[in-house]
Every structure is written in structure tokens, then in C-alpha cells.
Design a binder for this molecule. Structure first.
Ligand SMILES: *Cc1c(COP(=O)(O)O)cnc(C)c1O
Length: 394
């Protein structure tokens, strides 16, 4: 028998939540309390809990559980994915330089430009898929590198290991940060690829039901853990007890959700390709970076995007879907459809999007766990109606 939960495989570790409860509850209870009593005035500073901003037993169970799933030393749960990036960026100093991707999550782009204006931090955006360019862009002056892979919604793959190794070789102090929201710890282990901090929006796959906002920060470095926790405690961005409890519950089904979502997504990718659309999905052999993706990930994920060739046609397809609801975000059990240009990426300057060759007609699908035949029928029907509506005008 394995003596620690770390010896079990990940699909077991994700279900097995370690916790101690005086009443032997099988499920960790919620400590919906902001304060904890002191045994004596003298013991206050030495006990585990005093005030929930600094620590709460339900949050601790979640963080320990995630550390077992991610297989790392430290995990902090905060109240959104953006709060993760905010905590990381709070440790930068004026004139520090950040190298980030061009095809970055819209909210990350906005926060980076906020700190650039407010705190004189230099932000440089590059095409992270271009390895020689990234190697020349990251110099000894670079303090932080921010990566995502596959990017969303363009589904570009970044060589994480090569970029992290280069950044550390030119500046051992450089902090390489990876946003793993798209892949989750089940499909990708950024710390093992050489990154210093792995964070993700738990609002998406980790929780999986679109009913809480949460973020997760992971690291193996003692110094970084200390500075991240300092900001979380100072600002109060730690995840609330009830949300921590819901995230513990949501996490348990992550591996079966992802398995089904990936299967559905793969079938839809092939279906759309057979319809003649240009599909971006790492699960397809035709994806130019298919091999690179699978050299660093265990699966393709469940987000794809495709171009229809016409923005009116794209909008009509989205309007005519019934099961795929029109909404931003991803990672829930239900399927979603969106037009990134007018939704998740609307906050990015139009000129910048044009420079980055962002396709206006790009549709993004985030695939859920519904019956695959219903998903195919829904899209097929929506495409038929859309062609009828838009066709004559094409
Ligand atoms: C959603 C998302 C975020 C932000 O997370 P929130 O929980 O919405 O704050 C960051 N990065 C990526 C890639 C995301 O998809």
C-alpha cells in the first residue's frame, strides 16, 4: 500500500481529499468563520489560524489537495485567475521588464497595461511561438516572462521548456510564469517544464461548473512562495471558505469531465474540418504544432477555434446554435460558443488585433460533456440556417 497520497496516480489523487475532522466527516467541513480563538494571549502568534485573511482550514485543505494534484511544494488559492497575476505582478519593481505573448488572455493584457501605466513597468509583447525571436527578446534585463500554451483563441503552441531554459540561462533571477488555465494540471505540468510559477483560473476547468470565481498559484520555490503569500495576506485575495469548499467538490470530477470534453472536441474538430472550415485544434494532425504540443501535454484540451471566411456567417452560426450558449469563458460542463473579436477580446485595441492578424470571423467553441450527436446536430443545423440567411449576400 502507498504510504502517502503522492504515490497514487493523478486520477486517484484528484478524488482523494486528505483532511482531519474531529467528527470524522467524510467530506471536509466548511469553516465559515473569520476569526479563531487564542488558547492564551501568548499562543496567538504561534497557532495555525487566527484570521481568515491570513489562513482558513477549508482553504488549507484545498491548497494541500491541489499541491498533491499538481505535485508541488506550495499552492495558494485566491479569488480569481486575474488575482493570481495581480499577486505575481505586485512583486515587480519600477522599471522591471516583462516579456509576454501577443495572443494573451484579454484580461491579462489589460492588467499588464495597467501596471505599465501605474508602476512604470516595461511590458513587451512578442509572438511566443517564434523561438528565435523569443530568444533574442529575453535578455539579462528581463525580470519576468509570462507564457500561455496553447494560446486562446488562436491555439498557438509555445515551446515552454526551451523558453524557460533560455530565460534562466541569460538571467538566473528571471521569473518564468505560466498561465495553465487551458490545459490544467492533468494535461500539463509547467513547473516540471522549468517554469517558476504555475497559475490558473480555477473559474474554468478546475471548478468546472461556472458557479465560482477562483485562481490557483503553484510554485516549488521557497522565496517565491513567501513573496506570493505576503501579497495575498496583505491584500486579502485568499479564496473564501465556501468557494474553497465548492472548488474541492468541483475538482473531484476534473479527470472524467476533461476526458469526455476532449473526446467531444476531437469529434467536432473533424466534423468542422470535413465541412470545409479552417479549424485550429492541437488534437488534429494538421495543426502545425501538433508534435510540439504533445511533447509537453498529455491531451489536446477542449477548446477549438475555426474560421468561416465571413464575419456575417460566423455571427449567424452563433445566433442559430441552441445547445452551445453564447457566452465568454470556458471549462464548464456545458458547451459554449463565442466570437472572440466582439466578446472576450473586445478590450484589446482594434489596431493591435489587426497587427497580430487576428481573424475577425474566428469562432471559438468550448466543448462540454453533452451527448456528442446532439452537439453535432446543433452545429450542423446552425450552419445550415446561417448559410441560408447569409448565403445570398456572400
Ligand atoms: C479566464 C482566464 C483568466 C482569468 O481568470 P478569472 O478567473 O476570470 O479571473 C486568465 N487566463 C486565462 C487563460 C483565462 O482563460
Amino acid at each position: 500500500m502507498a504510504n502517502s497520497s503522492k504515490d497514487y496516480r493523478i486520477n486517484t489523487r484528484i478524488v482523494k481529499v486528505a483532511h482531519k475532522d474531529g467528527n470524522k466527516a467524510s467530506i471536509p467541513p466548511i469553516y465559515q468563520s473569520t476569526t479563531f480563538k487564542a488558547d492564551s494571549i501568548g499562543s496567538f502568534s504561534t497557532q495555525d489560524y487566527d484570521y481568515t485573511r491570513s489562513g482558513n482550514p477549508t482553504r488549507t485543505v484545498l491548497q494541500n489537495h491541489l499541491a498533491s494534484v499538481i505535485n508541488c511544494k506550495y499552492v495558494y488559492a485566491v479569488n480569481s485567475g486575474m488575482a493570481c497575476l495581480d499577486v505575481i505582478l505586485s512583486n515587480l519593481k519600477p522599471n522591471d521588464e516583462v516579456v509576454a505573448g501577443e495572443d494573451l488572455y484579454g484580461g491579462s493584457d489589460r492588467l499588464l497595461h495597467f501596471v505599465e501605466r501605474k508602476h512604470s513597468i516595461k511590458i513587451k509583447h512578442f509572438d511566443t511561438t517564434n523561438l528565435p525571436l523569443m530568444k533574442s527578446a529575453i535578455t539579462k534585463k528581463t525580470n519576468l516572462v509570462l507564457l500561455e500554451s496553447p494560446t486562446n483563441p488562436l491555439i498557438n503552441v509555445v515551446d515552454v521548456k526551451a523558453i524557460a531554459a533560455h530565460a534562466h540561462a541569460v538571467n538566473p533571477e528571471c521569473i518564468v510564469v505560466f498561465d495553465n488555465t487551458m490545459m490544467t494540471p492533468l494535461l500539463m505540468s509547467p513547473l516540471e517544464l522549468g517554469c517558476d510559477i504555475h497559475y490558473e483560473s480555477a473559474t474554468k476547468y478546475l471548478n468546472g461548473h461556472h458557479d465560482i470565481m477562483a485562481g490557483v498559484l503553484a510554485t516549488n520555490r521557497d522565496d517565491l512562495a513567501k513573496s506570493l503569500f505576503y501579497v495575498i495576506n496583505a491584500t486579502g485575495s485568499g479564496l473564501a471558505p465556501f468557494d474553497s469548499w465548492l472548488l474541492i467538490r468541483g475538482l473531484k470530477t476534473l479527470s472524467i469531465r476533461l476526458e469526455r470534453e476532449q473526446q467531444n472536441c476531437m469529434t467536432l474538430a473533424t466534423f468542422l474540418q470535413n465541412k470545409g472550415f479552417s479549424v485550429r485544434y492541437t488534437g488534429l494532425k494538421s495543426h502545425p504544432q501538433h508534435d510540439l504540443h504533445f511533447s509537453q501535454c498529455k491531451g489536446p484540451g477542449a477548446v477549438l477555434s475555426f474560421e468561416t471566411g465571413n464575419i456575417a456567417l460566423s455571427e449567424a452560426i452563433i445566433k442559430n446554435c441552441e445547445i452551445f450558449s453564447t457566452t465568454v469563458s470556458f471549462g464548464s460542463v456545458s458547451s459554449l460558443i463565442s466570437l472572440p473579436l466582439k466578446m472576450s477580446h473586445a478590450s484589446i485595441d482594434k489596431k493591435v488585433l489587426a497587427e497580430r492578424n487576428f481573424p475577425q470571423d474566428l469562432i471559438r467553441l468550448c466543448v462540454g460533456i453533452e451527448d456528442i450527436q446532439d452537439l453535432i446536430d446543433d452545429l450542423d443545423h446552425a450552419i445550415l440556417l446561417a448559410k441560408r440567411e447569409v448565403g445570398p449576400k456572400l
